[in-house]
Ligand binder design. Structure first.
Ligand code: ZN
Length: 477
């Protein structure tokens, strides 16, 4: 955003920034603090020609469900109608009507796993500059798709969702659209106004609207591909034991994704490997500050007996006693290799690597970016990173968040419907276990496809009626 604005001759004045990882609803006081700081700084700079806002886009507080909508509404009220506001969001944003109404442009990531943070900011800034250039301002349209889908059942790298994104990009390359975004709301949000959304930007509103509906229908059409294929932990361990491909199997316990706000403290795989007496080589990460305390009382090389997992109060997991040797200690600081979050400084707190039989277990105080290759290459020195027949567990990783050279090799793992407690964790792939209370208009979950289909039909006929009314009114086209 900054580079594009400055290259376009603009002067950038920073306002205020806060960030945090996924979790429960944000304390409302945090939003009030953010609003107060941002708005007082904005008032001091007025008038401004444009506002660039970088949001995740799916924030809920203890008092409001649409925190981003409220924030943008207030920024609009203070900045005035003449100010152009452009926003960048995560692909998993819940882009509400209030958000869309409050600003001129919203751009979402085109990649999942997310790699285009920088490029998305550039897109938003370019639209803003374009609107300020004096010609007719690009027009933006939002349409919604009545469904929510598991966050780890698709990627933009390949498959039908990847093809949809390539299609959207082809419309931009052809010049028909200036920008497009496909938002798949993160499904662990439980808010009344929920669902997927398409936002398009074109030189004229009719084109933007036509392509928004086109993309929405294509997204809805591929809904069945978002159903996750599930495996039990034992099925995956068995597969790893039989694996002689020379490549590791990456087991992604997406239900325990600390990226998604889960505790990242599931010892379920450790428990099954121990129970089976399996000799499969495994590299495992675990979020457990209590265990770190205990391990730090030992010395490198010392044999210890330690309880692992289930420590963070979620009540999903029972801790497991593990006899291990302390391999190494680390301060937890590292620079992310990416592609997701490349170059970001990360701190997972005090970290130790244990050897327990054929398992290498990395235990830290506050896991984030659990799929980053640096965790494997440096934190857990000696853990096989690119070969071997072992099994890697990325407890909080998303499906394609593995190291780039491993990306195409994972077998994948989903909590089994009749399997372990992982089902109930924060980021489970079976949406029916969430018990959504607030989502209205029967959950447009793909598990409840019939309701979603009815809503989509209704939406389509409403759009057609509006279009017919407009044509009748203007007598054109
Ligand atoms: Zn995301």
């Amino acid at each position: 955003m900054i580079r594009v604005t400055e290259e376009g001759g603009g002067t950038v004045v920073p306002l205020y920034s806060m960030n945090g990882n996924s979790g429960g609803a944000v304390d409302h006081g945090v939003l009030l603090h953010f609003l107060e700081e941002t708005i007082s700084r904005l008032r001091a700079e007025l008038p401004v020609e444009g506002l660039l806002v970088s949001l995740h886009g799916a924030t809920q507080t203890t008092q409001v469900e649409d925190a981003c909508g409220l924030l943008l509404q207030q920024l609009r009220a203070v900045a005035g109608e003449e100010t152009v506001i452009a926003v960048s969001c995560d692909l998993h944003a819940n882009v509400t009507a209030l958000m869309q109404k409050s600003v001129n442009y919203i751009c979402g990531y085109h990649t999942y796993p997310h790699e285009d943070f920088f490029e998305t900011g550039c897109r938003a800034a370019r639209l803003l500059l374009s609107a300020l250039s004096g010609g007719p301002a690009p027009r933006s349209v939002r349409t919604t798709v009545p469904m929510i889908v598991p966050a780890s059942s698709y990627t933009t790298l390949r498959g039908p969702f990847g093809a949809l994104m390539r299609y959207g990009e082809s419309l931009v390359e052809a010049g028909e659209l200036l920008d497009f975004s496909v938002f798949q709301m993160q499904p662990w949000l439980d808010v009344a106004d929920a669902g997927s959304a398409i936002v398009t930007v074109a030189r004229d509103k009719l084109t933007a609207k036509r392509r928004a509906v086109d993309l929405a229908e294509r997204l809805f059409h591929i809904r069945s591909t978002f159903r996750a294929e599930l495996y039990s932990i034992d099925e995956v361990i068995s597969r790893a034991e039989r694996n002689h491909s020379g490549k590791p199997i990456i087991l992604v316990d997406a239900a325990d994704s600390s990226n998604a706000g889960a505790c990242g403290d599931s010892p379920a795989v450790i428990a099954r490997i121990l129970a089976r007496g399996s000799h499969v080589k495994a590299a495992i990460s675990l979020n457990d500050a209590q265990a770190v305390d205990a391990i730090y009382r030992a010395r490198e090389g010392e044999a210890i007996s330690v309880m692992l997992g289930g420590a963070r109060g979620g009540g999903f997991y029972q801790p497991v006693r593990v006899e291990a040797r302390v391999r190494s200690f680390h301060d937890g600081h590292f620079v992310q290799e990416g592609p997701a979050g490349r170059g970001l400084h990360n701190n997972i707190g005090r970290t130790a690597v244990l050897s327990a039989g054929s398992m290498d277990i990395l235990v830290c105080e506050g896991m984030s970016a659990p799929g980053d290759p640096q965790l494997y290459r440096h934190r857990a020195e000696g853990v096989p990173a690119g070969g071997g027949e072992g099994l890697h567990l990325l407890p909080g990783g998303l499906r394609a968040h593995g190291p780039g050279d491993l990306r195409d090799r994972h077998a994948g793992y989903r909590p089994h419907p009749s399997g372990s407690g992982t089902l109930q964790a924060a980021a489970a792939l079976l949406l029916s276990v969430y018990g959504h209370q607030r989502i209205l208009h029967p959950p447009a979950r793909i598990d409840a496809d019939g309701a979603a289909r009815r809503q989509m039909r209704k939406r389509r006929s409403e759009l057609c009626m509006k279009r017919d009314a407009r044509r009748a009114g203007t007598g054109s086209r």
